[in-house]
Design a protein. Sequence first.
Length: 269
Amino acid sequence: MPTWVWTMSSLETHGLTVAYGSAVALESMNVSVKAGTVACILGANGAGKSSFLKCLVGLARAQSGKVLLDGQDVTNINAYEAAPRGIALSPEGRRLFPDLTVYENLCVGAYLRRRDASFRSDIDKVFGYFPRLQPKVQQLAGSLSGGEQQMVAIGRALMSRPRLLLLDEPSLGLAPLIVSQLASIITAINREGLTIVLVEQNARLALRLSQYGYVFETGRLALEGPSSELLQDPYVAELYLGGRSRSDSNKGGAAPVGSSLNVEPRDPV
């Protein structure tokens, strides 16, 4: 299978606050993703996960704070500037153009690029990751299964040759076999050097795919640490399922932000 050569990029947010009118979606969010790693973001519905990704690509505005890509300030870029800056989002719900073919949807991801040899090579690389799409290249995207649509959505994002890939709920509504296949592909993409931020309600899957994890709760950072440690924490599943907040419980379990779990991420495997 042809391989990609990615530019490894780091992401940092400092004190990032996002609000919709009077409703605060994110408050003083500090996140750091090392170049070439996968960081996952967990949390219940309404925790601010999608708002975080939207802010990175200019679909939501930061009231305060900064977003840095490789140390360069990209706070409050316009949405049309995200792809030229090297940030690609595969959104929740896939958001394909249903009346366009698989090939045409992939072309949308490469709209800034010339249709040269590298473009054709990258189309082949997408089919290398997702071989079941190749015989359906002229099929309308709206006629595909949910899993196939998710493959097209990720492929479309890859066609922009991003420095940072944002995946919003890639496993949502998919059969376990398809989820397993997507997990293997996400791992393969990261091993080739692409930095990934993964928002996912399947906490066990997300922590197994990532090196470092963040747990959002009602717009705030409730917990962070190496994924291997979060995977063993008894409160992670409870937080993900929308149970009691950490402030409601004084029992044991994972340490809050600033504790021993709040450490530098380990090297990617």
